[in-house]
Design a protein around this ligand. Structure first.
Ligand code: RFL
Length: 395
């Protein structure tokens, strides 16, 4: 089997890359180790930057998103019993953010790929990448039909943080930058709509709390918990009780309760590898970098990577140029580090750290007070949250 670009992983990065390459006349094959059903149900991100939405719509993958997504102008910072709404759209000169679940993007992208005759192998096992430093890299995997060797010109490693692409690069060829946070997030998806329009971020002595409306009928809540917390210790009643305490307002806010449709605990990590390339393997999305979800950036960054990679690969096929491919890693890393900083900053400001003393808590409160009282400080948060403009034109 042969293709131009072999893609490992059918998450947002791999699927969107395949779609953008197709629009530019470049052929690709996706190899995914989970079932289609599994990846179409996996609950993860929900907050999309303006640029992510624009790219999905312009590329023809945003029809349902345009109809169903919730466009939001502001967020609320909640602390000291008070609500502080920041109008991000006004602060950022007209850019908004959009709520549309990651699994819906995955469904939409699989739909457009299948409609265009795209090749995707789900439930592949023993996936491996080989010959990365040659001009003939290969993806080997096993399907129901037996062992397959996919010969490629290039491989895109879009297989997330736990995938096989990054670990296939020889030790010493990559530099790793990492920070693991001493807490996790317990997330629930609830079958009930909250009246609040804004995404709410709460600072509280007992730890961080969050919720936003995911759709006209669903709400997503997060609570900071210990990193090794056992989810069995969190029956519904305890979750609701904790949300009531951490998100309490002087005017008597109460969560809108409903059946809990899913629950999980996520670790919190910042992680970057440099460079995002080895030979003919290009890493994109969570395979190359992770941010704690406080800034709502991981999926957006995955989209930003493939927005650079697709035209770089297409430029190679159109005219043999390699300068865009050579610049890929440096181009992406500029945005990656901006987003790493923003995500670390939001996380540090809003969470309770085990070794925090009273001094540290006062500093956090001062920072929050400053954001909700200074237009300059609020603008910094706003323009990062809705997403800084792309700095490179898509060639
Ligand atoms: P993904 O989505 O992990 O997709 C990787 C795909 O590769 C497959 N795979 C393999 N395939 C073949 N062979 C192997 N050996 C393989 N190993 C893995 C996997 O099955 C999967 O299908 O990576 P990608 O495409 O880079 O996308 C990244 C995003 O998924 C991630 O950054 C976001 O979910 C992060 N995130 C958020 N990002 C946002 O932009 N906005 C948000 O509001 C937001 N909220 C969140 C989040 C992540 C969270 N968790 C669960 C980590 C909230 C949470 C709680």
């Amino acid at each position: 089997m042969r293709t131009q670009v072999g893609i490992v992983g059918a998450g947002p990065a791999g699927l969107l890359l395949s779609h953008l390459l197709h629009l530019r006349g470049v052929e690709s094959v996706i190899v995914e180790n989970r079932s289609r059903d599994y990846i179409e149900q996996r609950v993860r991100a929900g907050v999309l930057e303006q640029g992510t939405v624009d790219l999905l719509v312009e590329s023809g993958a945003g029809e349902r998103l345009k109809r169903e997504a919730l466009v939001r102008d502001g967020i609320e910072l909640r602390f000291g019993g008070r609500r502080h709404v920041l109008n991000l759209k006004e602060l950022s000169g007209g850019r908004a953010y959009t709520i549309y679940a990651q699994q819906e993007i995955v469904k939409d992208l699989i739909g457009v790929r299948l409609a265009a005759g795209g090749q995707m192998h789900f439930e592949a096992t023993d996936v491996g990448v080989h010959g990365l430093d040659t001009t003939a890299p290969r993806i080997r995997f096993r399907t129901d039909g037996g062992q397959v060797e996919l010969q490629c010109d290039f491989i895109a490693g879009c297989d997330g943080f736990h995938g096989i692409s990054r670990p296939s690069i020889p030790a010493g060829a990559l530099t790793v930058f990492e920070r693991v946070y001493p807490f996790g997030w317990l997330g629930i998806l609830v079958d009930a709509a909250t009246p609040e329009q804004e995404t709410v971020y709460a600072w509280h002595e007992r730890g961080f709390g969050f919720f936003n409306r995911r759709s006209p009928t669903l709400t997503r809540h997060f609570l900071q918990v210990a990193p090794d917390e056992d989810i069995a210790n969190w029956p519904d009643e305890r979750i609701w009780r904790e949300l009531r305490v951490r998100l309490a307002t002087d005017d008597g806010w109460q969560p809108v309760e409903g059946p809990v449709l899913s629950r999980n605990i996520t670790e919190m990590r910042s992680f970057v590898v440099e460079p995002m390339r080895y030979g003919r393997l290009y890493l994109a999305g969570d395979a190359a970098h992770i941010v704690p979800p406080t800034g709502a950036k991981g999926l957006n960054l995955a989209v930003a990577d493939v927005r650079v990679l697709a035209p770089a690969l297409a430029g190679y096929y159109a005219s043999g140029r390699t300068d865009l491919l050579d610049a890929y890693s440096d181009t992406c890393l500029k945005r990656v580090w901006r987003v790493e900083h923003f995500s670390w900053w939001m996380t540090s400001m809003l969470h309770r750290f085990p070794d925090d003393d009273v001094f540290q808590r006062r500093l956090q409160r001062s920072q929050l007070d400053y954001i909700v009282s200074s237009r300059a400080a609020a603008t910094t948060l706003a323009e990062n949250y809705v997403g800084l403009p792309w700095t490179t034109a898509a060639a």
